[in-house]
Design a protein around this ligand. Structure first.
Ligand code: SAH
Length: 226
């Protein structure tokens, strides 16, 4: 029905405008690179938000996606893109796919993306969304991200979107020389610090604290009830 299509096109145009306004506001803050802002502009966040919260898709805040998890705040998604130095041709592993939004934004920088999610229903829904957006090139799997993805390693960047209580060491082997691992580290529900560990040599690392952040906890598979 043509009038229904017209209404849908109109709604899409409104989403696009709202997204542009959000990205302009983020650009004004001056914290994110042009590449991160372009990637945020390219990905329709409303397609990753559940219908109950869709109206807030372009507010700069996290939103619930079910199962006690969240879609990250757009600023944070851009910040992680920059922190992990994602760009054309980079190989990036994300731990904590959630709804798939961060993975899509990483892919929009031209990076090749792998993403692991421990909660199967979230992983399956994310897969369907990524496919619907033509992002079949983002490779996903269900599993414990703490083990990384050894078959696809080494990565230029590994980024955790769930916080462990101490810096993860098990993943360091999967970082290429010159690459980095970015993780929010700290106690659940409290102030965490975004840490970047860059592999400058075979056995040589630099560590930087990039700033404060707040993420859901990384689930330790060994103690998981559900
Ligand atoms: N990246 C998401 C944010 C996801 S929230 C975005 O784009 O908005 C963090 C996600 O990490 C949750 O979906 C949670 O289920 C997942 N998670 C927690 N512990 C994990 C683990 N050990 N391995 C893989 N995923 C994990």
């Amino acid at each position: 029905m043509p009038h229904m299509r017209a209404r849908r096109d109109n709604q899409e145009a409104r989403w696009t405008k709202a997204r542009q306004r959000l990205v302009e506001a983020l650009a004004d803050e001056g914290e994110l690179s042009e590449a991160a802002l372009a990637a945020l502009t390219a990905v329709p966040r409303h397609r990753f938000v559940p219908p109950s919260h869709r109206a807030d898709s372009y507010a700069n805040r996290p939103l619930p996606i079910g199962r006690g998890q969240t879609i990250s705040q757009p600023f944070m998604v851009g910040w992680l893109v920059d922190a992990v130095r994602a760009g054309p041709g980079c190989r990036v592993l994300e731990i904590g796919t959630g709804c798939g939004y961060q993975a899509a934004v990483l892919a929009a920088t031209g990076a090749q993306v792998w993403s692991i999610e421990i909660r199967r229903p979230l992983a399956e829904a994310a897969r369907a969304r990524l496919d619907a957006l033509g992002l079949g090139a983002v490779t996903t799997r269900v599993g414990d991200g703490a083990k990384g993805w050894p078959e696809a390693a080494p990565f230029d960047g590994i980024v955790l979107t769930a916080a462990p209580s101490s810096p993860p060491t098990g993943l360091l082997d999967q970082v290429a020389i010159g690459g980095c691992l970015v993780a929010p580290v700290g106690p659940q529900g409290d102030a965490q610090v975004l840490i970047r560990q860059t592999r400058v040599g075979d056995d040589e690392w630099t560590v930087e604290a990039l700033g404060g952040c707040r993420f859901v906890p990384l689930v330790d598979e060994r103690f998981r009830a559900v």
